[in-house]
Design a protein around this ligand. Sequence first.
Ligand code: AFP
Length: 374
Amino acid sequence: MWALLSSVALLLVVRSGHALTGRTAFAPAAPLTPRGGTSASVVRRAHVRRGVRMEGETLDQWMTAQNISPSLQSTLTALFAACKEIGYKVRTASCNKISCFNQFGDEQLAVDVLANKILFDQFEACDNIATASSEEEPIEKDVGGRADDVYSVAFDPLDGSSIVDTNFAVGTIFGVWPGTKLTGIKGSEMVAGGLCTYGPRTSMSIAIDGVEGAHEFLLVDDYTGLHGSWVHAATFTAIDSGKLFAPGNLRATQDNPGYNELFNYWLGNKYQLRYTGGMVPDVNQLLIKGKGVYVTPSSPSCPSKLRLLYEVAPLGYLIEKGGGMSSDGEKSVLEIPITTTDVRTQCAYGSEEEVERFNTLVGTKYAAALTPAA
Ligand code: AFP
């Protein structure tokens, strides 16, 4: 009885705290601090109340413990807040045969357009973000951050928009660079990069400069009506050899003999096919499973459509920090100069052994024509 009463009391405190602050369910930066408790204590007590024990620090606790600078913390908080909202919009979208839509204000917007808007809105409200560029709007856009310490963010707001109607997992990809520029840079200069997966669960995989490994955060229900809290769930430090393959741009096997040979190697050696056609879950599985390989090679008739700034470099940063390797056929994708927002490249991610095999069999024979002149 006492347990039931205290549960109800906790719920009321949380609800009234939310109502008093007048914040929306997806408000960014400031953590919820209801009277009589911190956000962290609310999350922990709420889980215990339902008999579910979620271990792990909240996002704020974790970032502070990792000594991440306040300016980068506020940048990442804006990103996590946007992804939480996009996850909710994807979960609650309605779809026809071509697209999925959701409400934004009084408008019906396709979810990829909505995701783009949500990210820009969050970034414009963050004084530490100076420039942002989206695969949907491939320009360097001044988003108003004027703090002493500023960052620039490149992102693909909803990768896999062609599979969102089939309810496959989709995701957001992002890279964060110091300063105000998103061209004339390299992936190796990133200070954070990662992806958010909107699948049965909403999860964030992120790597941050100065923090060892790659890290997974899960969006868990905190029973506050705020659509969940981010909790640190896992650390990834190794991608080992293992017979799992994800073959992107498979049509290129028809006129890239090296890719054809690589594909036949996987089949002949009884590798396990794990490919959804969504780059976010297809690459993220390498961290989760701790093994395997993802490739998108080019061929004369089917060049890779993947963009270095919005997809290839951020995922290369994540995979390399998570203990794996990336390549464009000969070198790390983090070493390719990002001369324009439109540079495209083939790529491979995975264990050292698998990526070396990609370099040997696929190499760069059909990669040269990919990068448009600066
Ligand atoms: P969409 O956003 O247009 O659906 O493209 C997604 C994507 O760029 C990437 O997420 C996939 O890895 C790739 O396309 C899959 O395409 P193919 O396997 O047909 O090359």
